[in-house]
Design a protein around this ligand. Structure first.
Ligand code: C2E
Ligand code: MG
Ligand code: MG
Ligand code: MG
Length: 293
Protein backbone atom coordinates (compact mmCIF):
# COMPACT_ATOMS: atom_id res chain seq x y z
CA UNK A 1 0.00 0.00 0.00
CA UNK A 2 2.91 2.29 0.69
CA UNK A 3 3.97 2.15 -2.97
CA UNK A 4 0.54 3.13 -4.19
CA UNK A 5 0.55 6.12 -1.90
CA UNK A 6 3.08 8.07 -3.99
CA UNK A 7 6.71 8.92 -3.56
CA UNK A 8 6.46 11.61 -0.88
CA UNK A 9 4.30 9.51 1.37
CA UNK A 10 6.50 6.48 0.94
CA UNK A 11 9.47 8.39 2.19
CA UNK A 12 7.53 9.82 5.09
CA UNK A 13 6.26 6.40 6.00
CA UNK A 14 9.76 4.95 5.97
CA UNK A 15 11.17 7.66 8.17
CA UNK A 16 8.45 7.11 10.72
CA UNK A 17 9.16 3.41 10.61
CA UNK A 18 12.87 3.99 11.03
CA UNK A 19 12.25 6.24 14.00
CA UNK A 20 10.09 3.60 15.59
CA UNK A 21 12.58 0.84 14.91
CA UNK A 22 15.37 3.00 16.26
CA UNK A 23 13.44 3.76 19.41
CA UNK A 24 12.66 0.10 19.89
CA UNK A 25 16.29 -0.90 19.43
CA UNK A 26 17.36 1.67 22.00
CA UNK A 27 14.74 0.45 24.42
CA UNK A 28 15.80 -3.13 23.85
CA UNK A 29 19.49 -2.58 24.37
CA UNK A 30 19.03 -0.38 27.42
CA UNK A 31 16.54 -2.60 29.25
CA UNK A 32 18.99 -5.48 28.99
CA UNK A 33 21.42 -3.45 31.09
CA UNK A 34 18.86 -2.17 33.54
CA UNK A 35 19.59 -4.84 36.16
CA UNK A 36 23.32 -4.03 36.32
CA UNK A 37 22.56 -0.35 36.27
CA UNK A 38 20.17 -0.67 39.17
CA UNK A 39 17.30 0.82 37.23
CA UNK A 40 14.67 -1.70 38.26
CA UNK A 41 12.35 -1.10 41.13
CA UNK A 42 9.48 -3.05 42.61
CA UNK A 43 6.07 -1.58 43.35
CA UNK A 44 3.75 -3.30 45.77
CA UNK A 45 0.00 -3.47 45.33
CA UNK A 46 -2.09 -4.55 48.32
CA UNK A 47 -4.52 -7.47 48.26
CA UNK A 48 -7.46 -6.83 50.59
CA UNK A 49 -10.32 -8.72 52.14
CA UNK A 50 -13.74 -7.75 50.87
CA UNK A 51 -15.74 -5.84 51.79
CA UNK A 52 -13.03 -3.36 52.70
CA UNK A 53 -13.27 -2.24 56.30
CA UNK A 54 -11.90 1.16 57.25
CA UNK A 55 -8.14 0.92 57.77
CA UNK A 56 -8.13 -2.80 57.13
CA UNK A 57 -4.76 -4.49 56.99
CA UNK A 58 -3.78 -5.81 53.58
CA UNK A 59 -3.57 -9.61 53.56
CA UNK A 60 -1.07 -9.69 50.74
CA UNK A 61 0.98 -7.74 48.24
CA UNK A 62 1.77 -8.33 44.61
CA UNK A 63 5.26 -7.37 43.48
CA UNK A 64 5.13 -5.46 40.19
CA UNK A 65 8.30 -4.66 38.30
CA UNK A 66 9.08 -1.09 37.21
CA UNK A 67 11.91 0.33 35.12
CA UNK A 68 13.16 3.74 36.16
CA UNK A 69 14.30 5.94 33.29
CA UNK A 70 15.19 9.35 34.65
CA UNK A 71 12.01 10.31 36.43
CA UNK A 72 9.78 8.13 34.27
CA UNK A 73 8.58 4.77 35.52
CA UNK A 74 8.06 2.35 32.67
CA UNK A 75 5.39 -0.32 32.95
CA UNK A 76 6.36 -3.97 32.48
CA UNK A 77 4.01 -4.46 29.53
CA UNK A 78 6.48 -2.35 27.51
CA UNK A 79 9.64 -4.25 28.32
CA UNK A 80 8.88 -7.75 29.69
CA UNK A 81 8.56 -9.11 26.12
CA UNK A 82 12.06 -7.78 25.36
CA UNK A 83 13.45 -9.43 28.48
CA UNK A 84 11.73 -12.67 27.53
CA UNK A 85 13.07 -12.70 23.98
CA UNK A 86 16.63 -12.30 25.17
CA UNK A 87 16.31 -14.67 28.12
CA UNK A 88 17.28 -11.85 30.49
CA UNK A 89 13.92 -12.32 32.28
CA UNK A 90 15.44 -15.31 34.08
CA UNK A 91 17.95 -13.11 35.92
CA UNK A 92 15.50 -10.25 36.39
CA UNK A 93 12.78 -12.60 37.65
CA UNK A 94 15.16 -14.10 40.19
CA UNK A 95 16.03 -10.61 41.39
CA UNK A 96 12.34 -9.73 41.78
CA UNK A 97 11.73 -12.92 43.75
CA UNK A 98 14.64 -12.22 46.10
CA UNK A 99 13.75 -8.60 46.67
CA UNK A 100 10.05 -9.24 47.19
CA UNK A 101 10.59 -12.15 49.60
CA UNK A 102 13.10 -10.15 51.63
CA UNK A 103 10.81 -7.12 51.73
CA UNK A 104 7.71 -9.06 52.77
CA UNK A 105 9.65 -10.97 55.42
CA UNK A 106 10.73 -7.60 56.80
CA UNK A 107 7.14 -6.38 56.87
CA UNK A 108 6.03 -9.58 58.57
CA UNK A 109 8.61 -9.00 61.28
CA UNK A 110 7.43 -5.47 61.79
CA UNK A 111 3.87 -6.43 62.52
CA UNK A 112 2.23 -7.76 59.37
CA UNK A 113 2.69 -11.40 60.36
CA UNK A 114 0.09 -12.70 57.95
CA UNK A 115 1.15 -10.76 54.86
CA UNK A 116 1.45 -12.91 51.74
CA UNK A 117 3.87 -12.19 48.90
CA UNK A 118 2.81 -12.64 45.27
CA UNK A 119 5.39 -12.70 42.49
CA UNK A 120 4.74 -12.99 38.74
CA UNK A 121 6.68 -15.64 36.85
CA UNK A 122 7.66 -15.91 33.24
CA UNK A 123 7.53 -19.27 31.47
CA UNK A 124 11.29 -19.28 30.94
CA UNK A 125 11.92 -19.27 34.66
CA UNK A 126 9.84 -22.39 35.22
CA UNK A 127 11.54 -24.19 32.36
CA UNK A 128 14.81 -24.06 34.21
CA UNK A 129 15.52 -27.43 35.64
CA UNK A 130 16.45 -26.20 39.10
CA UNK A 131 13.85 -23.47 39.45
CA UNK A 132 12.07 -25.00 42.45
CA UNK A 133 15.42 -25.29 44.22
CA UNK A 134 16.16 -21.67 43.43
CA UNK A 135 12.90 -20.70 45.09
CA UNK A 136 13.71 -22.86 48.07
CA UNK A 137 17.09 -21.16 48.37
CA UNK A 138 15.50 -17.71 48.31
CA UNK A 139 13.04 -18.77 51.01
CA UNK A 140 15.85 -20.09 53.18
CA UNK A 141 17.98 -16.99 52.64
CA UNK A 142 15.20 -14.54 53.37
CA UNK A 143 13.43 -16.52 56.10
CA UNK A 144 10.06 -16.26 54.37
CA UNK A 145 7.90 -19.34 54.88
CA UNK A 146 6.77 -21.23 51.76
CA UNK A 147 3.15 -20.71 52.80
CA UNK A 148 3.67 -16.95 52.55
CA UNK A 149 4.66 -17.10 48.89
CA UNK A 150 2.26 -17.09 45.94
CA UNK A 151 3.71 -17.52 42.45
CA UNK A 152 1.53 -16.15 39.66
CA UNK A 153 1.54 -17.80 36.27
CA UNK A 154 -0.58 -17.31 33.17
CA UNK A 155 -2.67 -19.65 31.09
CA UNK A 156 -0.32 -19.26 28.11
CA UNK A 157 2.57 -20.43 30.26
CA UNK A 158 0.68 -23.67 30.95
CA UNK A 159 -0.25 -24.18 27.33
CA UNK A 160 3.31 -23.66 26.06
CA UNK A 161 4.91 -25.42 28.98
CA UNK A 162 7.86 -27.61 28.21
CA UNK A 163 10.86 -29.14 29.89
CA UNK A 164 10.72 -28.90 33.62
CA UNK A 165 7.65 -26.70 34.08
CA UNK A 166 5.28 -29.32 35.44
CA UNK A 167 7.93 -30.94 37.63
CA UNK A 168 8.82 -27.53 39.06
CA UNK A 169 5.20 -26.65 39.78
CA UNK A 170 4.72 -29.94 41.58
CA UNK A 171 7.88 -29.50 43.59
CA UNK A 172 6.88 -25.96 44.54
CA UNK A 173 3.41 -27.09 45.60
CA UNK A 174 5.05 -29.83 47.65
CA UNK A 175 7.14 -27.21 49.42
CA UNK A 176 3.92 -25.44 50.39
CA UNK A 177 4.28 -22.57 47.93
CA UNK A 178 0.97 -21.62 46.36
CA UNK A 179 0.39 -21.18 42.64
CA UNK A 180 -2.05 -18.62 41.24
CA UNK A 181 -3.48 -18.55 37.74
CA UNK A 182 -3.34 -14.88 36.72
CA UNK A 183 -5.79 -13.08 34.40
CA UNK A 184 -8.01 -16.15 34.52
CA UNK A 185 -10.51 -16.40 31.71
CA UNK A 186 -8.60 -14.38 29.12
CA UNK A 187 -6.32 -17.12 27.79
CA UNK A 188 -7.12 -20.33 26.01
CA UNK A 189 -6.83 -22.78 28.85
CA UNK A 190 -9.29 -25.62 28.86
CA UNK A 191 -10.78 -26.36 32.25
CA UNK A 192 -8.85 -29.63 32.29
CA UNK A 193 -5.73 -27.61 33.09
CA UNK A 194 -7.18 -26.74 36.47
CA UNK A 195 -6.97 -30.40 37.29
CA UNK A 196 -3.71 -31.24 35.56
CA UNK A 197 -1.63 -28.61 37.32
CA UNK A 198 -1.28 -27.88 41.03
CA UNK A 199 -3.12 -24.57 41.28
CA UNK A 200 -4.37 -22.88 44.43
CA UNK A 201 -5.63 -19.45 43.47
CA UNK A 202 -7.63 -18.06 40.53
CA UNK A 203 -7.25 -14.39 39.72
CA UNK A 204 -10.41 -13.20 38.05
CA UNK A 205 -9.26 -11.01 35.16
CA UNK A 206 -10.24 -7.39 35.48
CA UNK A 207 -11.91 -7.32 32.07
CA UNK A 208 -14.86 -9.30 33.45
CA UNK A 209 -15.34 -7.10 36.47
CA UNK A 210 -14.84 -3.99 34.38
CA UNK A 211 -18.06 -4.49 32.53
CA UNK A 212 -19.99 -6.26 35.28
CA UNK A 213 -21.89 -3.05 36.07
CA UNK A 214 -23.40 -2.71 32.62
CA UNK A 215 -23.48 -6.26 31.34
CA UNK A 216 -25.42 -9.12 32.88
CA UNK A 217 -23.43 -11.68 30.87
CA UNK A 218 -20.16 -10.40 32.31
CA UNK A 219 -21.73 -10.62 35.75
CA UNK A 220 -22.69 -14.21 35.03
CA UNK A 221 -19.12 -15.00 33.95
CA UNK A 222 -17.73 -13.51 37.17
CA UNK A 223 -20.23 -15.52 39.17
CA UNK A 224 -19.34 -18.74 37.33
CA UNK A 225 -15.59 -18.25 37.85
CA UNK A 226 -16.07 -17.51 41.54
CA UNK A 227 -18.19 -20.64 41.92
CA UNK A 228 -15.72 -22.70 39.95
CA UNK A 229 -12.94 -21.64 42.30
CA UNK A 230 -15.04 -22.43 45.33
CA UNK A 231 -16.00 -25.86 44.00
CA UNK A 232 -12.36 -26.67 43.32
CA UNK A 233 -11.43 -25.33 46.77
CA UNK A 234 -9.26 -22.63 45.30
CA UNK A 235 -9.09 -19.04 46.50
CA UNK A 236 -10.29 -16.39 44.10
CA UNK A 237 -8.93 -12.85 43.91
CA UNK A 238 -10.79 -10.23 41.90
CA UNK A 239 -8.42 -8.05 39.87
CA UNK A 240 -9.08 -4.45 38.93
CA UNK A 241 -11.50 -3.49 41.70
CA UNK A 242 -12.18 0.17 41.02
CA UNK A 243 -15.65 0.96 42.38
CA UNK A 244 -17.83 0.47 45.45
CA UNK A 245 -20.42 -1.18 43.25
CA UNK A 246 -17.90 -3.80 42.24
CA UNK A 247 -17.06 -4.47 45.89
CA UNK A 248 -20.75 -4.93 46.68
CA UNK A 249 -21.20 -7.24 43.73
CA UNK A 250 -18.16 -9.34 44.67
CA UNK A 251 -19.26 -9.62 48.26
CA UNK A 252 -22.70 -10.69 47.19
CA UNK A 253 -21.10 -13.34 44.98
CA UNK A 254 -18.95 -14.45 47.91
CA UNK A 255 -15.63 -13.40 46.47
CA UNK A 256 -13.72 -12.28 49.53
CA UNK A 257 -10.40 -11.08 48.14
CA UNK A 258 -9.68 -8.18 45.84
CA UNK A 259 -7.00 -6.05 44.33
CA UNK A 260 -7.44 -2.79 42.45
CA UNK A 261 -7.11 0.97 42.41
CA UNK A 262 -10.02 1.41 44.84
CA UNK A 263 -8.25 -0.76 47.42
CA UNK A 264 -4.72 0.48 46.73
CA UNK A 265 -2.47 1.44 43.84
CA UNK A 266 0.85 -0.26 43.20
CA UNK A 267 3.33 1.82 45.23
CA UNK A 268 7.00 1.96 46.17
CA UNK A 269 8.02 -0.08 49.22
CA UNK A 270 8.37 2.95 51.50
CA UNK A 271 4.90 4.15 50.65
CA UNK A 272 3.40 0.71 51.14
CA UNK A 273 5.03 0.56 54.55
CA UNK A 274 3.38 3.84 55.58
CA UNK A 275 0.09 2.56 54.22
CA UNK A 276 0.17 -0.50 56.39
CA UNK A 277 1.65 1.14 59.48
CA UNK A 278 -1.50 3.25 59.58
CA UNK A 279 -3.53 0.07 59.67
CA UNK A 280 -1.54 -1.45 62.54
CA UNK A 281 -2.59 1.16 65.06
CA UNK A 282 -6.24 0.17 64.77
CA UNK A 283 -7.41 -3.24 65.87
CA UNK A 284 -9.11 -5.27 63.24
CA UNK A 285 -11.85 -7.71 64.18
CA UNK A 286 -10.81 -11.24 63.30
CA UNK A 287 -13.59 -11.88 60.86
CA UNK A 288 -12.87 -14.45 58.33
CA UNK A 289 -13.86 -17.58 56.66
CA UNK A 290 -10.83 -17.20 54.41
CA UNK A 291 -8.18 -19.63 55.43
CA UNK A 292 -5.40 -18.74 53.12
CA UNK A 293 -4.57 -15.36 51.66
P1 C2E B 1 -0.71 -8.64 36.34
O1 C2E B 1 0.15 -9.62 37.07
O2 C2E B 1 -2.07 -9.09 35.95
O3 C2E B 1 -0.76 -7.36 37.27
C1 C2E B 1 -1.86 -6.54 37.41
C2 C2E B 1 -1.73 -5.30 36.56
O4 C2E B 1 -2.95 -4.56 36.65
C3 C2E B 1 -0.64 -4.33 37.02
O5 C2E B 1 -0.13 -3.69 35.85
C4 C2E B 1 -1.42 -3.35 37.88
O6 C2E B 1 -0.80 -2.07 37.97
C5 C2E B 1 -2.71 -3.26 37.12
N1 C2E B 1 -3.83 -2.91 37.99
C6 C2E B 1 -4.02 -3.18 39.29
N2 C2E B 1 -5.20 -2.73 39.75
C7 C2E B 1 -5.81 -2.16 38.70
C8 C2E B 1 -7.09 -1.48 38.53
O7 C2E B 1 -7.89 -1.34 39.44
N3 C2E B 1 -7.37 -1.02 37.27
C9 C2E B 1 -6.51 -1.15 36.23
N4 C2E B 1 -6.87 -0.64 35.05
N5 C2E B 1 -5.30 -1.77 36.36
C10 C2E B 1 -4.96 -2.27 37.57
P2 C2E B 1 1.45 -3.54 35.61
O8 C2E B 1 2.14 -3.29 36.91
O9 C2E B 1 1.64 -2.59 34.50
O10 C2E B 1 1.88 -5.00 35.16
C11 C2E B 1 1.45 -5.55 33.95
C12 C2E B 1 1.82 -7.00 33.85
O11 C2E B 1 3.24 -7.18 33.76
C13 C2E B 1 1.42 -7.82 35.07
O12 C2E B 1 0.04 -8.13 35.01
C14 C2E B 1 2.32 -9.03 34.92
O13 C2E B 1 1.77 -9.95 34.01
C15 C2E B 1 3.57 -8.42 34.30
N6 C2E B 1 4.61 -8.28 35.34
C16 C2E B 1 4.73 -7.35 36.30
N7 C2E B 1 5.81 -7.57 37.08
C17 C2E B 1 6.39 -8.70 36.60
C18 C2E B 1 7.55 -9.48 36.98
O14 C2E B 1 8.27 -9.20 37.96
N8 C2E B 1 7.81 -10.60 36.22
C19 C2E B 1 7.03 -10.96 35.17
N9 C2E B 1 7.37 -12.07 34.46
N10 C2E B 1 5.94 -10.27 34.80
C20 C2E B 1 5.62 -9.15 35.50
MG1 MG C 1 -0.04 -10.89 38.50
MG1 MG D 1 -3.38 -10.26 36.63
MG1 MG E 1 -3.80 -8.63 34.35
Amino acid sequence: QAKAAGKGRVQHFNEAMLDQAHERMQLESSVLQALQRNEFDIYYQPVHRLPLADKAKPVGVEALLRWRQGNRMISPAAFIPVLEESGEIVAVGYWVLQQACRQVRHWQQSGAEELKCSVNLSGLQLEQQDFAQQVQRVLTDTGLSPASLVLEITESLLIDQSGSTLANLRELAQLGVRIALDDFGTGFCSLGYLNRFPLHVLKLDRSFLNQADQCSKQRAICRAIIQLARTLEMDVIAEGVETREQVDFLHQERCYLGQGFLLGYPMPAAEFQQHFEQTLSTSIPASSHMSAL
